[in-house]
Structure formats: C-alpha cells, structure tokens
Design a protein around this ligand. Structure first.
Ligand SMILES: Cc1ncc(C[n+]2csc(CCOP(=O)(O)OP(=O)(O)O)c2C)c(N)n1
Length: 296
C-alpha cells in the first residue's frame, strides 16, 4: 500500500485539523459541541476522488473530513466553527450545519437521507449524470425516515449513493445492541445494490467503488456503500464510553499507525507539514474578529 503525496497530505490535514479542534475545545475556544472523524478520514478522501463537480454531498454531524476532502478549506471551516470572520456560513452554522455549493450538512440524524433523495430526484430531472452522495453512521439506520427515503430512491431509481460509516458504535451504543439484521440485508429488502469496504487502502477502495458510482450515475440507481471503519476518538469531545481495551484496539487498527510503520519518511514529512499548516490556520483564525451575519 503506497499513497500519493496528495492523498496523504489531505488525510493528515484532516487529522491535524480534528486533533486541534479537540484541543481548542479543551481550551474553551469553541462553543457548542464538535464531532471529529479521527480514524475515519480515509472514507472521505477515498470518496472525494470519485465525485464530479456537479455532485452534491450531504453530510452529518461528523462532516469536517467530508468538507476538507472536497474543498481543502481549513481556514473557512475553522472560522465557521469558531464563529470568526471568514466563516463558511457567517458563523451561524457551526460544526454541524455547513453549506456551500454542492455541500450541505445537518446534525439531525436521519434528516439527511430524505434531503439527499430530493436532490437526487432533481438531478435525475435536470442534470443527468450528477449524484447525491450522503454520509451517515450505522446508528442512524435506526431512524424511520431512512427507510421512507430508501423506498423512494429505489422506486424512482434515483442517482443516490448512501455511504455508511459503520464504526461499530453510535455515541455509546454498540451496533450489536441497536441493529437487527444488517445494512446489506436492509438494502437488499429494497432491491438496492450494496458494496462492502473493509480495508483502508485508498486505491483498492476506489477500484472497488468506481463501477458502482458509474452505474448509480448512468442508470441511474441508488447504491449503498458500507465502510467497516474505526472511530479513533470520542463520540464528540471527552465522552468516550468505551472500555480502555476497545480504545487501544481502535488505535491498533488505525490507518495512520499502519501507514506510518510502512512509509516512515513520507509519513513524517507530510505529517510535519500538515501540523504546521493547521497551526498557522489556528493562529490566523484566532486573531480574527467575530463573524457578523445579517440578511443576505
Ligand atoms: C434525531 C437525532 N437524534 C439524536 C441525536 C443525537 N446524536 C448525535 S450523533 C448520535 C449517534 C449517531 O450514531 P451513528 O449514526 O452511528 O454515527 P457516528 O456518531 O457513529 O458517526 C446521536 C444519537 C441527533 N443528533 N439527532
């Protein structure tokens, strides 16, 4: 497994961005809450390479990586989260409610799939070949709205890709305690194709998904992609309810640890550069005045 400098750079920018957010929270610099994608960064980076400019991404409470993988804009995102000038949404969206052309997030679990299905319907009518791509966790498969949207997506053959980041836990509840059956079986019940991804090799993942994304665009037809992934950090800030052994096992499975062992020179070089870049972003944004927002 060997990644390009570009891919590894993006992965490490996301990682350092998220680590700094947790520190800034501890230092009292952030209001509200924040959920990091630590451990899951590669899902966003793998998928971003399969997107076309006209696609719309609908993301969730754990959406910083999805944004950074698509736009490489840590300044705009941090300013948004810290409520400083230059924030992506004038500081009113914060961590969980981001909006930019082709990108939308909501922290309301399950709300996003009906929205993404509506966007996919609009694409089918007016912009053939464009996808709606929604990111959600395994726990959110407990929301009823998910099944109403899957039903419509299958019935109306919508160009919708549902990326499920199955990290084995929903806040503090293990998947085994909340999900009967499986994501594959639930997709099959609607006649929706399902692809499972278990590794974190970006090239292999993209090879596995490329044909499915193409079919979803061209037929069009919905697709569920299930990543078996690894939440490295707490659910949000300091609230990791898992036993210490489970956290240690997550560290052991981390893509970063595995990659650093395999390619120490490339990893250390880009890790240092990403850390320095994010330090500079934090210094810049911290020095900015508060965001102002008014009618636009
Ligand atoms: C409708 C709704 N119910 C509850 C919550 C509180 N909440 C935020 S994240 C979360 C767990 C989500 O778990 P999962 O979908 O597995 O995603 P993960 O956090 O693991 O990425 C919950 C219950 C919410 N945001 N919205």
């Amino acid at each position: 497994m060997m990644w390009t400098d570009d891919d590894l750079r993006t992965l490490l920018v996301i990682r350092h961005f998220e680590r700094r957010l947790l520190e800034l929270f501890d230092e009292g610099e952030l209001g509200g809450t924040t959920h990091t994608c630590l451990g899951q960064e590669y899902v966003a980076v793998a998928v971003a390479a399969l997107l076309e400019p006209g696609d719309v991404v609908v993301s969730n409470h754990r959406g910083h990586g999805h944004y950074l993988a698509r736009y490489d804009d840590p300044e705009g995102l941090l300013a948004e989260i810290m409520g400083r000038s230059g924030g992506l949404c004038g500081g009113v969206g914060g961590s969980q409610h981001l909006h930019r052309d082709g990108f939308l997030t909501s922290g309301v679990q399950g709300q996003t799939l009906p929205i993404a299905a509506g966007i996919a319907l609009q694409h089918k009518r007016t912009d053939a070949g464009a996808l709606a791509v929604v990111f959600m966790g395994d726990g959110t498969w407990g929301e009823g709205a998910v099944y109403e949207a899957l039903n419509m997506a299958a019935l109306w053959r919508l160009p919708l890709v549902v990326v499920v980041e199955h990290n084995g836990i929903a806040q503090s509840t293990p998947t085994a305690a909340h999900m009967a059956g499986s994501i594959a079986q639930r997709s099959a019940a609607f006649g929706i194709a399902h692809l499972l991804v278990t590794g974190h090799d970006l090239a292999q993942i993209r090879d596995r998904l490329r044909g499915g994304f193409e079919r979803a665009r061209r037929e069009p037809a919905p697709l569920v992609v299930e990543f078996r992934t690894n939440r490295l950090g707490p659910h949000s800030k300091g609230d990791d309810a898992r036993p210490a052994e489970a956290v240690a096992a997550a560290r052991e499975r981390d893509w970063g640890a595995a990659y650093a062992r395999e390619h120490p020179e490339q990893f250390e070089r880009l890790d240092r550069a990403a850390r320095e870049r994010i330090d500079a972003v934090v210094a810049d944004v911290r020095g900015r005045p508060p965001a102002t927002w008014g009618a636009r």
